[in-house]
Structures are given as structure tokens and as C-alpha cells.
Design a protein around this ligand. Structure first.
Ligand code: URA
Length: 267
């Protein structure tokens, strides 16, 4: 059984650290406030999620964005956040990147995709997932009846690491408040973590992606599903089938969340 993840911070730090408690369970009628502190207690899924019969995974998300970055916590819109990212000097990446890539999509999306960091095409255009991997992501979303206009797509890092090197812990820490504020503003019902880096960073674990798949994790109370990165699928066809299983699961969670919300609204 997977452990709960407790702390924010760079990837790979917290597995094995004491769980500090699950994130607040979303009520059926209100979406959870991203960034809300996790109360102590044992991990449990809300009834509507439990009813899916999918194993529960990790619970991550403890620090509030207001504690991490008060200036980012008060940004009133995604446009304001994008402007803040463009002016960000929180790490060195702004100096080597051509453009900031804050993210894009439906500002009220129920479905949020989180990747690792912009690549060359994204850096060039200032938009997430526009290269070959991005085109594959668009197809994957289409297979579960979601268009890019339906969802919000962003990355853990908002500037490209030079030469697509791995993100560094200080870069992840500096960017973390942006993703948390994006989640607060968008209020997604489901998060799809694309690839090992996004999954391990959000869930604060070093557990292998294969073991993170097939479970409903929660990040700041929002159900989170893990799948392979589209760029990995381009390299290894064998991951296409499991990815299809993962996105079907994400779709089921989305439908269940919407149904729970609408039935709560009618009682
Ligand atoms: N890979 C990512 O993780 N993000 C992008 O935006 C593009 C490629």
C-alpha cells in the first residue's frame, strides 16, 4: 500500500517522511480550496470516489500558497498570474528561456493536465505542449472526449530548463506557488499528472511511476491520476495501452465528480 505524502518541496524529498495528514476531503457540493492545509487523520476517499472501486493512493499538499508566496496568493486571475510569471526572477531560468510558458486553456476547466517543463517548441511559442508530445496529448484528450479548449494545461516549471535538462529543486520550489495558485483559480475536479517528474513532484514521492498508476491520489484535495508522459509514448509504444487505461480512469473520476456535484446541488 502506498503511503501518504505530506510535504511540499522538491521532488524526492518526502517519501519516508512522516505523513502529516490527508488533504481536506472535498464535499460533494463544493470543490476543495487548493492550498488548504491538510487536517490530521487517516487517508480516506469521499464516498463518491470510493464508489469507483479504485485503490486510494497518496495524499499530498499541505502548505498554503499564502504561506509560500503572499504576492502570488492574491493574484486575481490567470492572466495576472501569467504576467507575474513573465516578470519572475525566482530562479535563473528566465535568463535562458525565450518565453515564459505559464499554461493555457479553459480558466474554469474541470480537468487539469500538469507536465514537467516547457521544451524547445513551447519556449519558442510561449505555450505548453505544442510540440510532437503536445500533439499526442491533444489526441489522448480527444480519446476521452476532451478538447484542449475544455482543459487547462500547464507544467511544474513555467520556464524552459536549458537543453531540456531535468528541473532543479530550487526551480521547482520557486515555481510551486504558481501551480498552487493556478489550481486555486481553476478549481479542477481532476488533475492528470503527465510523467514521472510531474507525478513524483506533486505527490512528493520517489515511488516509480508504474506503482503510482491505477490509483486515485489527491493533491490539495483534488483527485490526481498519474500517467506516462506523451514524450515517453513517442519513444515507447508499449506505454500507449496503459496510458489509455489511465486516461479512461481520469475520465471516470471526472464524470463521477461532476455527478456527485450535481446530485449534491439538487438535494
Ligand atoms: N513536455 C512537458 O512536460 N511540457 C511541455 O509543455 C512540453 C513537453
Amino acid at each position: 500500500m502506498l503511503r501518504r505524502a505530506g510535504a511540499e518541496g522538491p521532488r524526492g524529498v518526502a517519501e519516508g517522511s512522516p505523513a502529516t495528514g490527508p488533504a481536506a476531503a472535498p464535499t460533494e457540493s463544493r470543490r476543495p480550496a487548493a492550498g488548504a492545509p491538510a487536517p490530521a487523520g487517516s487517508a480516506s476517499l469521499p464516498t463518491w470516489l470510493e464508489a469507483l472501486g479504485v485503490p486510494a493512493g497518496l495524499e499530498a499538499g499541505r502548505l498554503r500558497v499564502a504561506e509560500l508566496a503572499p504576492d502570488i496568493a492574491v493574484l486575481p486571475s490567470l492572466d495576472d498570474l501569467a504576467a507575474h510569471v513573465a516578470a519572475c526572477r525566482g530562479c535563473a531560468l528566465h535568463a535562458s528561456a525565450r518565453n515564459p510558458v505559464p499554461g493555457e486553456g479553459n480558466p474554469q476547466a474541470d480537468f487539469l493536465c500538469v507536465g514537467e517543463a516547457p521544451g524547445a517548441n513551447e519556449d519558442e511559442q510561449g505555450r505548453p505542449f505544442v510540440g510532437e508530445a503536445g500533439q499526442l496529448l491533444t489526441k489522448i484528450l480527444g480519446a476521452i472526449q476532451l478538447s484542449r479548449a475544455d482543459v487547462f494545461i500547464c507544467n511544474v516549471l513555467k520556464h524552459r530548463p536549458p537543453g531540456n535538462r531535468d528541473p532543479q529543486p530550487d526551480e521547482v520550489l520557486a515555481c510551486q506557488p504558481y501551480l498552487l495558485r493556478q489550481i486555486e483559480l481553476v478549481k479542477p475536479r481532476v488533475i492528470l499528472a503527465l510523467g514521472r517528474f510531474a507525478a513524483q513532484t506533486l505527490l512528493q514521492t520517489t515511488t516509480a511511476i508504474g506503482a503510482l498508476r491505477g490509483r486515485v491520489h489527491r493533491y490539495h484535495g483534488v483527485p490526481l491520476i498519474v500517467t506516462y508522459h506523451p514524450a515517453a509514448l513517442l519513444r515507447n509504444e508499449a506505454w500507449k495501452r496503459p496510458t489509455w487505461d489511465d486516461v479512461k480512469l481520469a475520465r471516470r473520476v471526472l464524470d463521477a465528480a461532476r455527478a456527485a456535484n450535481s446530485s449534491a446541488g439538487t438535494t
